[in-house]
Every structure is written in structure tokens, then in C-alpha cells.
Design a protein around this ligand. Sequence first.
Ligand SMILES: [Zn+2]
Length: 169
Amino acid sequence: MSAQAVIDSLEFARTGQTLRGSLSIPGLARLQDSLHDTSGQVEFAVRGGLDARHRPILALEIAGMLHLRCQRCLESLDYPLQLANTVLLVSETQAGAGELDEEEESESEWIVASPALKVPELIEDEIILSLPYAPRHGKGVCARGAAPAPVEPRVATFEALSSLRKNRN
Ligand SMILES: [Zn+2]
């Protein structure tokens, strides 16, 4: 990873800079638990700018193909990433003192501005936030077919039976 992967975020936004790059998926350590395998890479673009209220922002675009693990059959599930998001840069004092107004708290995603913002970590955060909680193949594609996983009902029945037995004793 080049030295450019670390940016002075406020300066980057004020001067409207753009950073493009790619990240290898094996390098995204916090993503590994969700992945079936680590082939491929992720392309990203970060654009600095100001929003309509002249607040510093970073516009993020992320694209790539991940191989997630299907939660039904545990096989590889192609997951095309196509993210576009804008994050507001706030100062540490704003964030710490609860000085964000309501709109900033609820509607915008924000991060604390840093003179040494690690872009790969920011991109990884965005990817993690975007992933489905329990990815599954569609019907007819999944190796396990459309049959519902039998585990939960069986456990529930077993528990119901054992509590019945307990009640009898
Ligand atoms: Zn599957």
C-alpha cells in the first residue's frame, strides 16, 4: 500500500482531492469471517469536497466482487459490491461533546476528521457495514436447494418435549 493511502482528511476535503486505488481482499483482515475465499480485489475512489452546508465530506465509491459464505450451504456466494456513500467529517470535539445536530446524528454517516486518516480502514468499514447479515444463495441456485434448514425446528421440538417430560416428573 502506498503512502498515499493515508490522507489529511480535512485538507483532502477542502482542496477537493481524489484518491483512487485498489485493495487486495486478503489484506482486509476484519472481512475474513464473512468470506468463503479471498480471491479478487476491491476498487475504490475517495473524493473530497464540501456539502451544501459547506461542511467537509468524503464521497466514497467502492466496487468489486466478494465471495461470501452462503449461510445455508456454506459454499461460495458471489456478492458484487457497488457502494456509493458520503461521510461527513467532524472534529473530535464536536463528536465528543455531542455537538452534532440532530440531522448529523441521524441522517449522515460521519467520522472524526483525522490528519492521518487511513483510507483502507475506512473502505473496509464501509464494506463491512454494507454486508448482509446472513447471505444466502437464491432459490434454485443454492446447493441445499429450497428446503428450509431443519436444525431450528428440531431443536425447538426437542426442547418442547424435554420441558414436557420435566413437567410430568
Ligand atoms: Zn447456498
